[in-house]
Design a protein around this ligand. Structure first.
Ligand SMILES: NC(=O)c1ccc[n+]([C@@H]2O[C@H](COP(=O)([O-])OP(=O)(O)OC[C@H]3O[C@@H](n4cnc5c(N)ncnc54)[C@H](O)[C@@H]3O)[C@@H](O)[C@H]2O)c1
Length: 248
């Protein structure tokens, strides 16, 4: 068994999750990667070398799969130090286009998925003398209701706002052994938003004080700090990673 901290990243098959995984690997963590997409996740695992990595194909919306994967990870490594709840889907529909099924699936993946993994991992972290750190991927949409022209409409904004409530409640309940924080990215260049930002990059960058769209690495740098800095007194916080984006 390795002495390296063990970090779980959900939605690690591409985008922000992949950047979080490689960022945590560069910081010395071994990884357990969770995603629906096997090929993408195996590629992320390759990018995390030489750290030890296990790949678990699971839908984060399924609590039993979370329990099963956590048991397998603990059986293999004996520890879980970091949980990054990153998996998420968008539902770019306003209320009148949104079906009940759209709402249920978005909440199941984006919000319940977060609960599922916190619920499965927290007992392990609480049992460890060293505790643990949890980072939940929210969104700027949780704070501003979503940008009307982008991915972040009703169900997504509601789920991401729910993550902030979950984060604060868990930070109170799980402290002092476990810190729980959320990250709120603005517009980050990934496949999730590509079809909506294509051809509009300049216009969108004009609404961001930093003058550019974000990258997965911009988000991963903050996640890695929250997850691995030797000392961290940040807890129950929601950190915007948006280059100071104007609400539109
Ligand atoms: N890209 C942005 O601008 C942006 C902004 C704010 C917040 N976010 C959030 O960051 C996170 C990552 O976004 P991204 O842009 O990298 O997305 P992405 O679509 O590029 O990647 C998401 C990954 O999650 C996986 N995934 C989706 N549903 C899953 C499920 N049910 N179970 C397991 N894995 C699943 C996908 O297979 C994929 O590998 C999401 O929670 C998203 O809401 C993204």
């Amino acid at each position: 068994m390795s002495d390296a901290p063990l970090a779980i990243v959900t939605g690690a098959g591409r985008g922000i999750g992949r950047a979080c995984a490689t960022g945590l690997a560069a910081a010395g963590c071994d990884l357990a990667l969770i995603d629906l997409d096997e090929a993408g996740t195996v590629e992320t695992a390759r990018l995390c070398a030489p750290q030890a990595v296990s790949v678990h194909i699971a839908d984060v919306a399924d609590f039993r799969l979370a329990e099963r994967a956590v048991a397998a990870i603990v059986g293999e490594t004996g520890r879980i130090d970091v949980l990054v709840n990153n998996a998420g889907i968008s539902q770019p529909k306003g209320l009148l286009e949104l079906t009940e099924a759209d709402w249920d699936r978005t909440l199941a993946v984006d919000l319940k998925g977060c609960f599922n993994w916190c619920r499965a991992v927290a007992p392990v972290m609480l049992d460890q003398e060293s505790g643990g750190r949890i980072v939940n991927m929210s969104s700027l949409s949780a704070l501003n209701g979503g940008v009307t022209s982008a991915v972040s409409k009703v169900a997504y904004a509601a789920a991401k706002a729910g993550i902030l409530g979950l984060t604060r409640a868990l930070a109170k309940e799980l402290g002092p052994k476990i810190s729980v924080n959320a990250v709120c990215p603005g517009i980050i260049r990934t496949e999730l938003v590509e079809s909506l930002t294509r051809g509009r990059e300049e216009e969108l960058a004009g609404r961001i004080a930093m003058g550019r769209l974000g990258t997965p690495e911009d988000v991963a740098a903050v996640v890695t700090f929250l997850a691995t800095s030797p000392t961290c007194f940040v807890n129950g916080e929601a950190i915007r990673v948006d280059g100071f984006q104007w609400v539109t």
